[in-house]
Write a protein that binds this ligand. Structure first.
Ligand code: IVH
Length: 696
């Protein structure tokens, strides 16, 4: 009874820390197992790192609570029983991380202090490749064994799988000058190229097999297969970044072994091991920072995923002097780039209506910093994707944003793996029964695509159609941007494209933030747009499946709009690249009385297009795909594009393996880099002019 009035014991700071430490260790061990043993991480690296860093901080603040079995004392991931365990000759360490310039300054200052030197060190720099660390043991130049890192001391024998990787030499090529060591541990990263990953996932999906979330999981999953025939089929690659044991037999001449890491890498390269082409050697942290920034710039153009840049003191004598802690060397650092995958909470899902009525689920997220920007919306693509992800409103989800690509949701985090659990009600994502913009009925082709049946009655479709009509590849009306179009539609001043040409200054002046000058400029731009080309006019109409290249092909084939209006599906299919489906979309579009009326009113408003006589059209460049980047002097990029299109070429916005030529003017950036990487022809303006002159 007396107990009833006893105050509950107030937990001390140390008690609370002990509890949190215990919980963190449990979570970390659980995630280690998922990541290293099952290749199925449940949370993004960024979340894992937060848990790990928190544990490190708590243990540093309470050294008495640090135990030898804490996950911070191991590198992570025990070896699987089904694989033979192997002892590394020298332990495989991990890298400490830095996130900003300040951390780098501190790193370098610490090194200089420890070396008692004021001589800024040289650093060997490499991309931090997002793959799987391996150690390859060569005996007299012959590959004996390949192992995963495991806990750093003991790994798993994956020789059977690594032997299937074309990049990994089974025998090193001897070269003059340096004898091959009796035993050599080569350290590096096995990874899957982005292109290989995309291809593999497409195939897996087509065969109804499980697809992987990212290239790293795919690489790890492949290496853990017991049957090497699987690895042989997968596009695995390898980069070497260092060595472990280097042992020369008694009597052999090991004196020529280089004294710098960069020289060791060159030597390994001459022996036939693949070096990362994006490595460099720099002096001091400032130059390293420049290297890292350049690397970050080309991150998206690389054919392998990276999560940062690594800097390592180049001189081995200095490395030895600096030594290592229990987990990480003191002479190296990983400079981490902003994570491209992070977790956040799915707060709601809204449905957006596109130009052709297609309805897309869009995720509204708890704002989160990912890929260098704060993101609060992400695409869910379609309802089939929602089903595949098994995601509901209220779930914690993983958002991916790489480069300029639209952020997307790639995975649902299992609630038991939620690092910040919170009780949130779950609510299924349901497609609305009527269009959220106009209330029209929604049509479906099954369970993937849903479309608003409202056509141009639907304000959302109308806005999108008008945005398309004014866009750069279409009538290119400067100043008539997305926001203004929305305002004009909402104000009832625009219903269809023809209305644009009837806008009056006094109407424009009623809009918010529209002054006399901007209204005048806008009207001048509209006036200019009355004179356009047939391909642009056709593209601007927004016919389903008719992009710029098809519009050009139609214009070339028919010469004028009259002939095209009269063409039936069969005649349309005579046009190169127009198949039965596109032909049907075109025929339906021109059969529609509303569409014909808009065309009539456009003409009535004085909109004119040059019929195809202005420039002779040929197919001299048919089948060739161009990308234009940087600025041109003698013409605008749009003009260059029109002229290429008129020669039958395709012009696209991004460089891929399908690109044949990249035209790069001053200021060209990542597109040129990517072209060079993919070994695609890069031409300057003069080369383009020569090419045009030859064919026009
Ligand atoms: S050096 C002692 N260099 O990053 C040096 N590591 O925690 C240890 N990684 O799992 C590694 N690219 O697999 C180094 N160029 C690179 C790397 C790299 C990727 C991975 C490595 C390890 C992790 C370091």
């Amino acid at each position: 009874m007396a107990d009833k009035h006893k105050e509950p014991a107030i937990p001390s700071d140390a008690d609370r820390a002990a509890q949190e430490i215990e919980s963190l260790r449990e979570q970390i061990l659980h995630h280690n197992a998922l990541y290293h043993e099952q290749d199925a991480p449940a949370i993004p690296d960024a979340d894992y790192d937060r848990l790990f860093d928190r544990l490190l901080a708590l243990e540093a603040a309470h050294p008495d609570l640090l135990t030898p079995d804490s996950p911070t004392q191991r590198v992570g991931g025990a070896a699987l029983d089904s694989f033979i365990q192997v002892q590394h000759e020298q332990p495989m360490m991990s890298l400490a991380k830095v996130f900003n310039e300040e951390d780098l300054v501190a790193f370098e200052a610490r090194i200089l202090r420890q070396l008692d030197s004021d001589q800024v060190p040289w650093y060997s720099c490499e991309p931090k490749v997002d793959g799987v660390a391996v150690s390859l043991l060569y005996q007299d130049g012959v590959l004996q064994r390949a192992a995963t890192r495991g806990d750093g001391v003991t790994g798993e024998d994956i020789t059977h799988n690594v032997r299937t990787i074309g990049d990994v030499p089974l025998r090193l090529k001897p070269v003059d000058g340096v004898e091959l060591p009796r035993q050599l541990e080569v350290r590096g990263e096995i990874y899957m190229s982005r292109a290989g990953f995309a291809r593999m996932n497409e195939e897996a999906q087509a065969n109804g097999e499980r697809s992987f979330v990212n290239p790293r999981n795919a690489a790890a999953g492949t290496l853990r297969q017991l049957d090497p025939r699987m690895a042989a089929k997968r596009p695995l690659c390898f980069f070497v970044y260092g060595t472990g044991l280097v042992h020369y037999a008694a009597g052999a001449d090991g004196t020529a072994w280089p004294g710098r890491l960069s020289e060791i890498l060159e030597l390994l390269g001459r022996w036939g091991l693949p070096l990362n082409p994006d490595r460099d050697v720099v002096c001091g942290y400032q130059d390293f920072l420049r290297y890292a920034q350049e690397l970050l710039q080309k991150r998206d153009a690389l054919d392998y995923e990276i999560d940062g840049a690594v800097l390592k003191v180049d001189e081995l004598a200095l490395q030895d002097e600096l030594g290592a802690t229990s987990r990480t060397p003191r002479w190296a650092m990983a400079y981490k780039f902003p994570a491209e995958e992070v977790s956040t909470v799915l707060r709601d899902v809204e449905f957006q209506v596109g130009r052709t009525g297609a309805i897309t689920p869009v995720a509204r997220l708890e704002p989160v910093f990912v890929g260098g920007v704060t993101v609060s919306n992400a695409t869910l693509h379609n309802m089939a994707e929602v089903a595949r992800l098994g995601v509901q409103i209220g779930d914690r989800v993983i958002v991916r944003r790489a480069g300029d690509v639209i952020p997307k949701i790639v995975q649902r985090v299992d609630p038991t793996d939620d690092p910040e659990p919170e009780t949130r009600p779950r609510r299924p994502i349901e497609i609305p029964t009527e269009c959220p913009a106009c209330g029209s009925e929604i049509e479906s082709d099954g369970d993937i695509l849903y479309r608003c049946s409202g056509g141009l009655v639907c304000p959302a479709q109308r806005k999108e159609a008008l945005k398309h009509f004014c866009s750069r590849g279409a009538l290119d009306i400067e100043g008539l941007g997305d926001k203004l179009i929305e305002q004009l539609v909402d104000a009832g001043l625009l219903r269809d494209a023809a209305d644009i040409f009837h806008l009056r200054k006094e109407q424009l002046l009623t809009l918010e933030r529209m002054g006399d000058k901007s209204a005048g400029n806008l009207l001048a731009a509209i006036e200019k747009a009355r004179h356009t080309t047939l391909p642009r006019a056709l593209y601007a109409l927004g016919i389903r499946e008719v992009g710029e290249a098809t519009a050009q092909a139609l214009a070339s084939h028919f010469g004028g709009l009259e002939a095209l209006l009269e063409a039936d599906a069969e005649a349309l299919q005579q046009v190169p690249d127009v198949g039965p489906i596109v032909a049907q979309h075109i025929a339906i579009f021109f059969d529609n009385a509303d569409n014909r009326e808009v065309i009539r009113r456009l003409r009535e408003a004085g909109v004119q297009w040059t019929e195809q006589s202005a420039r002779t059209v040929s197919d001299a460049l048919a089948g060739k795909t161009f990308v234009l980047t940087g600025s041109l002097e003698s013409m605008t990029r749009d003009e260059a594009r029109d002229r290429l299109l008129a020669l039958g070429a395709k012009v696209t916005g991004s460089v891929s393996k399908k690109t044949d030529h990249v035209v790069a003017g001053p200021g060209a950036g990542s597109k040129r880099d990517k072209a060079e990487q993919l070994e695609i022809d890069v031409m300057d303006e003069q080369a383009l002019l020569d090419l045009l002159a030859k064919h026009e």
